[in-house]
Each structure stands twice: as C-alpha cells, then as structure tokens.
Design a protein around this ligand. Structure first.
Ligand SMILES: Cc1cc2nc3c(=O)[nH]c(=O)nc-3n(C[C@H](O)[C@H](O)[C@H](O)COP(=O)(O)OP(=O)(O)OC[C@H]3O[C@@H](n4cnc5c(N)ncnc54)[C@H](O)[C@@H]3O)c2cc1C
Ligand SMILES: NC(=O)c1ccc[n+]([C@@H]2O[C@H](COP(=O)([O-])OP(=O)(O)OC[C@H]3O[C@@H](n4cnc5c(N)ncnc54)[C@H](OP(=O)(O)O)[C@@H]3O)[C@@H](O)[C@H]2O)c1
Length: 279
C-alpha cells in the first residue's frame, strides 16, 4: 500500500507518486517460472469495459548520454472486471523481454505506470445478441476473459458461457482454473454464474485429462460432444478470441466455417478477435 506522511493525529498527506500515472502494487502471485499475476490500485477516474486493455510499464534505465528516463510501456489486458476497485493483470515472464524481465520482480508497495486509456475489441458491445458466448484463449490470452467471466453483464446477456483455454503445460492453466473454481462462491456474482459457465481447459504438450488444440477440438466436434452442445452456428453462438497470431488466424477460419462473421465495436457481428501478444 502507498505510504503516507503523518501531519497531525487526524490528517495525512498521500505520498507523492514518483512515476507519471503511478499506481501502487497491492499483491503479486507467481504461478510458475513463466507466469505471474498482480493487482494494483485503480485510478479513481478510470472507467473501462470488461475485456479492454491498457498500456502499463516501468521507467526505462536512464539514457547514458542525456541521463533522461522514458517510460517503457506494453499493452496489457485488464484481467479484473469493470466493477472491481483494484486492477488485476496476468503476465508472462519473458527472460530477456525489455519490460517483463523487470516487471516480474515487482513487490507489494512498488509503483508501476498505467496509462488510463482503455481500448479493445473483446467487449460484449461488439457482438450481436446470442444464446451462447464462447471464449477461446491460448496462454496469457485468458486475461481479458478473466475480466469478462467476472462481469454480471456476461451472464445477463448469455444463457451459457463456455471458456476454452489451451496451454502447453498443466501449470499454465492454473490461474484460470482457480478463478473459474472460485466463481460459484463469489458473493457478488456467484449466483449469476450458477451453472452457466462451462470450462474446457486443454494441454497440448504435457499429458492431462483433456488434451488438444482448440482449433482441432472444434473442427473434430469433440468439444461439442464432450459438453453436450450442438455445433456452433451464427444464429445462437458468439465468439471471442485471444491468442497468438497463428492461433487467431486458424480459429478465424474455423469460426467462418461455422458461418460466423467477424465484428467490431462499430459493426457488431458474431465473433471478435484480439492478439494476446505480438510475435
Ligand atoms: C492487445 C494486447 C494485449 C496484451 N495483453 C497481455 C497480457 O494481458 N498479459 C501478458 O503477459 N502480455 C500481454 N500482451 C503482451 C505484452 O504487451 C508484452 O509483449 C509482454 O508483456 C512482454 O513484454 P516484454 O517487453 O518483456 O517483451 P516483448 O519485447 O514485448 O516481447 C518479446 C517476445 O516475447 C513473446 N511474448 C510477449 N508477450 C507474450 C505473451 N503474453 N505470451 C507469450 N509470449 C509472449 C513474443 O514472442 C515476443 O516477441 C498483450 C499484447 C497486446 C498487443
Ligand atoms: N510454454 C512453454 O513451456 C514455453 C517454453 C519455452 C519457450 N516458449 C516460447 O514462448 C512463446 C510463447 O509460448 P506460449 O506457450 O506461452 O504460447 P503459444 O506458443 O502461443 O502456445 C500456447 C498454446 O497455443 C497452442 N497453439 C499455438 N499455435 C496454435 C495454432 N495455430 N492453432 C491452435 N493452437 C495453437 C499451442 O499448442 P501447440 O503446443 O500444439 O503448439 C499451446 O497449447 C513462444 O515463442 C514459445 O516458443 C514457451
């Protein structure tokens, strides 16, 4: 938590932020050697739609010539829902990544930079009304869905919400698994989630109970058989996609094969896509 300077017994002056657009880290959790999540304070004026992303980062090292420091920023999906009083992020640790090689070492009380300009296409408004919402994620692409699956509006708009999350290894699924498992007991949205949220996690490299790429499990019809659902169709099914570039491209072809068309904020249709990272 941010420190404050005591003035009298009843008055305090908040500590002056040391970074531009500074927010204070309130918790950090490491899921394995490649993934961590953290929460920060939320600027009072920040409004966003669940599923959007913002730019966050740290100050870069000083320029050796001028001594000046510039912010080092990257796009991050907000993983917490729009009603949450804090902001949550779920992050990769790229060993030699300019930002995450340092960001992975943040601790409670540290400051990060957060530019309060949320944007993105993975929002409920960008889809036409439907019965079932499918969320397709690989790796850290689950972050925007961690937000949407905690938003009451998701369950008000859809009869069923299906989350397909695929990673190479079991430990990479753990953040999503714990979140999904915690939702029925959540005092705010537990009742709404009820039996509406279906979870279909798979691994592709490490042996686990359910395996296979999302694209293969859709094309073969395995996921529909396993969940007792009809094949996807434009009348009732809506999709949101967040993964690596090759995955996004491949799943778009699968969804188009089911007759779904890509939409946008300005032109809502049957599915929307966002990159989980830039290769
Ligand atoms: C719209 C958008 C939303 C994003 N949301 C998130 C998010 O919620 N969480 C998150 O961890 N990252 C997210 N990213 C990626 C993020 O912006 C950075 O790329 C990441 O934090 C690594 O930063 P870096 O400076 O350490 O390395 P960079 O120089 O940015 O990346 C180095 C390399 O690492 C790999 N890489 C980068 N990010 C990932 C990733 N997330 N998963 C797997 N490999 C990766 C790529 O091969 C990339 O070329 C998002 C990117 C975009 C475009
Ligand atoms: N995760 C690790 O253990 C690991 C270790 C070392 C280095 N890396 C590097 O880190 C980067 C990101 O790795 P990541 O595992 O986080 O993300 P990723 O490469 O995007 O893979 C995540 C999941 O998406 C699947 N996938 C990839 N392309 C797909 C496609 N076209 N269609 C359908 N599914 C697809 C993968 O299945 P497949 O397994 O079938 O590809 C995997 O299960 C990569 O550059 C990788 O080389 C990762």
């Amino acid at each position: 938590m941010s420190e404050s300077i005591p003035v009298t017994e009843t008055q305090t002056i908040p500590k002056v932020p040391t970074l531009p657009d500074a927010q204070t880290v309130t918790s950090v959790k490491h899921w394995n050697e490649r993934l961590f999540s953290f929460r920060v304070t939320r600027p009072q004026s920040l409004r966003f739609r669940s599923g959007e992303f913002v730019m966050i980062g740290l100050m870069n090292d000083p320029d050796p010539k001028t001594g000046k420091q510039k912010p080092l920023l990257r796009a991050y999906s907000i993983a917490s829902p729009s009603w949450d009083e804090e902001l949550e992020f779920y992050s990769i640790k790229v060993p030699d990544g300019p930002l995450t090689s340092r960001l992975q070492h943040i601790e409670v009380g540290d400051e990060i930079i957060l530019r309060p300009k949320p944007v993105g296409t993975l929002v409920l408004d960008a889809l036409l009304p439907g019965k079932r919402l499918w969320m397709f994620a690989t790796g850290t692409g689950i972050a925007p869905f961690a937000s949407l699956m905690r938003d009451p509006e998701t369950y008000e708009q859809y009869d069923e919400v299906i989350l397909m999350h695929t990673c190479r290894e079991v430990s990479e699924l753990e953040y999503g698994r714990q979140l999904v498992e915690s939702l029925p007991d959540d005092p705010l949205i537990g009742e709404l989630v009820g039996g509406k949220l279906r979870y279909y996690p798979t691994t592709t490299q490490e042996e686990s109970a359910q395996m296979g790429r999302i694209t293969d499990n859709l094309s073969s019809g395995k996921v529909f058989a396993d969940l007792g659902l009809p094949p996807m169709g434009a009348q009732h099914d809506r999709g949101m996609v967040c993964g690596n570039l090759a995955f996004n491209k491949d799943i778009m072809a699968v969804l188009e094969g089911f007759g779904l068309e890509e939409g946008a904020n300005s032109d809502p249709k049957h599915y929307v896509v966002e990159k989980a990272f830039v290769d």
